[in-house]
Design a protein around this ligand. Structure first.
Ligand code: FAD
Ligand code: NAI
Length: 475
């Protein structure tokens, strides 16, 4: 007889593994099926995020930032560095070690929570008595039955038509994280989150980087004022970003990649580079899930159709994370995983989509939560804005890191915080205060009245909140 489970999770990324842990905490008998293979062919839990996404990219961002500081930043502090050189093999090996620590951490958590882990591809077979039959195709093949199924199969990089990923010359996020020698010339297509993060890594390590972006505006989803400030900083660093381009034919050969493109003025251009990273978004992954076998409905983008509670069209089948609508972020996937496990247990799991923070881990970092000024204008909402520059913050001056600002947007009448936008040092951490404030429906005045440690970057948050009422103290 097939093994029976209360909950089977298909996919062991941040959505799936967190859903499995929460379901196990709630007393369910849980299995998680994940097909990711490490270099030796063994399991590597954690999905895109752990293996070729959030974690390795942040490891390389850190290493490359150290390299840049040692080369250019330390001199201002009176520290002389000579004989600086790069050991790219060591840098990549460190990144792989960080990934492995995270893989192993999840394996440990599964054991601790008594979750049965299957390594292989999970696919629907049919609805069965008391649930669904799921085939696991790994080293061996077996069928298991689950009362509830949570699909968390994630997403894959979108390829440009006519320029398939070979991970040698034309790279997805996967190849972009393991280039073995710093390319002299590197192009990225798409100046979104991956374009900026990976472009920053390789520029800091010495590549001449060009980013080709189709849209005429830079980071259109980001508050315009913040995006403008960030663009200025990237221009200064020498990250060449071309907006409003049309990419034409891409030829890949022994000497590298040749990209035909048209600039914003309509002039034909050719860019010859050693490597090309294509970062034009990601597509939901339902390959191999056999959604048809049970009639699981997908939307026009190929994402699994879900309602606000992550329920699919099938009873007791749920879907979360990158494979469903909404932002493709690890913490969004995790929140959905927790909420679904709690709903299965009859509780009222909830995800507040209005307070999901975004962070772009460039230097300066960019972070935001809630609505942008352009969104409020489009809605016709009456609002007040307050900004505070890091240039006027004592800690930022001491750090030697004064680019950027904090910006608050609050309702004109009630003063409720509607959005907080940041560009500057360590704003990936500072944004949490804004998320908490918005979750508690705080006003800008609430933040302005809270005591913040001195000297700290968080004082810029307090000052921006004060600026909403035009009463900054240090600017
Ligand atoms: P995934 O992490 O994609 O996991 C899905 C898992 O399911 C994979 O292991 C896959 O192998 C497995 N799977 C798929 N189909 C099957 C099947 N049929 N059977 C068994 N297993 C299957 N987000 C952030 O919030 N912060 C960041 O800093 C960040 N950085 C990123 C950097 C890069 C370069 C990239 C590419 C992404 C980044 N993201 C970041 C996005 C983040 O990685 C995703 O939003 C997140 O991984 C989605 O989680 P998930 O669980 O939905 O899917
Ligand atoms: P993205 O959606 O962030 O950016 C894609 C960019 O490519 C857009 O600016 C788009 O206009 C442009 N584009 C699309 N087609 C194009 C074309 N043919 N020619 C030129 N430009 C084109 O997608 P990206 O960077 O691939 O990342 C995917 C997702 O992964 C992100 O949206 C995000 O959800 C997640 N991610 C999150 C990170 C974080 O939270 N720090 C880091 C990296 C990725």
């Amino acid at each position: 007889m097939s093994k029976q489970f209360d909950v089977i999770v298909i996919g062991g990324g941040p959505g799936g593994y967190i859903a499995a842990i929460r379901a196990a905490q709630l007393g369910f008998n849980v299995a998680c099926i994940d097909e990711w293979k490490n270099a030796k062919g063994g399991p590597a839990l954690g999905g895109t995020c752990t293996n070729v996404g959030c974690i390795p990219s942040k490891a390389l961002l850190q290493s490359s930032e150290h390299f840049e500081h040692a080369g250019h930043g330390f001199a201002d502090h009176g520290i002389k560095v000579s004989g600086l050189s790069l050991d790219i093999d060591k840098m990549l090996a460190r990144k792989d070690q960080v990934v492995k620590q995270n893989n192993d951490g999840i394996t440990y958590l599964f054991k601790k929570n008594k979750i049965t882990s299957f390594h292989g591809r999970g696919s629907f077979v049919k609805a069965a008595d008391g649930g669904y039959e799921i085939k696991v195709a790994g080293a061996a093949e077996e069928t298991i039955v689950g009362k509830h199924i949570i699909v968390a199969t994630g997403s894959n990089a979108r390829a440009l038509p006519g320029a398939a990923f070979d991970e040698e010359n034309i790279l997805s996020n996967d190849g972009a994280l393991r280039i073995g020698a710093v390319p002299k010339k590197l192009a990225l297509i798409g100046s979104g989150v991956i374009g900026l993060e990976m472009g920053s890594v390789w520029r800091r390590l010495g590549s001449e980087v060009t980013v080709l972006e189709a849209l005429p505006t830079f980071l259109g989803a980001v508050d315009e004022q913040i995006a403008k400030e960030a663009k200025k900083a990237f221009d200064k660093q020498g990250l060449k970003i071309e907006l409003g381009v049309k990419v034409g034919e891409i030829k890949s050969g022994k000497k590298g990649v040749s990209i035909a493109w048209t600039n914003a003025k309509g002039e034909a251009q050719v860019l010859d580079v050693d490597k090309l990273i294509v970062s034009i978004g990601r597509v939901p992954n339902t390959i191999g899930l056999a959604a048809d076998a049970v009639g699981l409905a997908l939307d026009e983008r190929g994402a699994i159709n879900v309602d606000g509670d992550c329920k699919t069209n099938l009873p007791n089948v749920w879907a979360i994370g990158d494979v469903v609508r909404g932002p493709m972020l690890a913490h969004k996937a995790e929140e959905e995983g927790v909420a679904v496990a709690e709903r299965i247990a009859g509780q009222h799991g909830h995800v507040n989509f209005n307070t999901i923070p975004w962070v772009i881990y460039t230097h300066p970092e960019i972070a935001w939560v809630g609505q942008t000024e352009q969104q409020l204008k489009a809605e016709g909402r009456a609002y007040k804005a307050g900004t505070f520059p890091f240039l006027a913050n004592g800690r930022a001056r001491a750090l030697g890191d004064t680019t950027g600002m904090v910006k608050f947007l609050a309702d004109a009448t009630t003063d409720e915080i509607l959005g907080v936008h940041m560009v500057g040092p360590q704003v990936s951490e500072l944004i949490s205060e804004a998320v908490v404030a918005m979750e508690f429906k705080a006003s800008a005045e609430d933040i302005a009245r809270i005591c913040h440690a001195h000297p700290s970057l968080s004082e810029a948050t307090k000052e921006a909140a004060l600026a909403v009422d035009k009463r900054t103290l240090n600017f």
